[in-house]
Write a protein that binds this ligand. Sequence first.
Ligand code: NAD
Length: 296
Amino acid sequence: MARIGFIGVGNMGGPMARNLMKAQHTVTAFDPLDTALAAIVEAGAVQATSAAAAVEGADAVVTMVPAGPHVREIYLGAGGIIAAAAPETLLMDCSTIDVTTARNVAGAAAERGLDMVDAPVSGGTGGAIAGTLTFMVGGSEAAFAKARPILEHMGARIVHCGPAGNGQAAKVCNNMMLAINMLGVVEGFTLADNLGLDRQVLFDVVANSSGQSWAVSSYCPVPGPVPASPANNGFQPGFTADMMVKDLRLARDAAMKSGTGTPMGALAEALMALHVSAGNGPRDFSSIIETIRAGG
Ligand code: NAD
């Protein structure tokens, strides 16, 4: 079994590291947040005092931190992972970040002869706990072959998306589509309320019709039809509106750099940002239904 350095053990990284330990891997963890680090040490991880210390003697490293600047600092900064890692160490960044940073960091790793993949996930905290995440992996065939058996302990679907950065490309496309889909579902249920149409009836029709999407059938933004959706729980996340705005900004950045018109993505970003500016950032992103209702 492998010795794995795990950096960033928050809402996602914590349960992912637990699943690696369940599979008999040895995990050495670092997180600047004392409560996050203490929780994973309590679950059996070895405590490290810095990212570089977590990497020492590791066969593989997983990072799961908030955003691109954190990834740049952890990998490229003074005392960073790329300088600290031994030549055979496999590097896996599972954070959701911009494509350009993912490619730059992978390039810096390659200059030192280190294999690296970007491997962002979909499936949320529920998927992280259950070990059923989907990993979208960018990197060489050789790096993917090394990463796959480790990622399989944390996920149910491991998809090779192409060279470095393509995992992040798949992730931003997916989340932009999700935000656009959710706004469509939210408008449909708001209109139904105003037309006197029962929500359950609309759900039963749409879940089996051409309006169907994951946003309606698994994550319905009104209470009732899908008991596990955040709408039944005061919109506790789930996936926060803050995170969705971050991902829509990543999609916009990627669209601008590639010269792609994404007007629906831009509108979804503007509406989500408005929702966040009203204090809804920490709530589930499907709570956008309240802002759409209020705007009617
Ligand atoms: P989180 O804030 O709960 O966890 C991030 C952790 O990283 C925190 O514990 C933080 O202290 C730590 N961290 C910050 N800077 C660090 C540093 N320099 N060194 C080491 N650790 C550092 O966030 P999360 O929900 O676990 O999300 C992590 C990533 O996963 C994000 O990129 C997010 O977009 C992505 N993601 C989240 C979800 C979700 O549902 N929460 C779903 C898919 C993808």
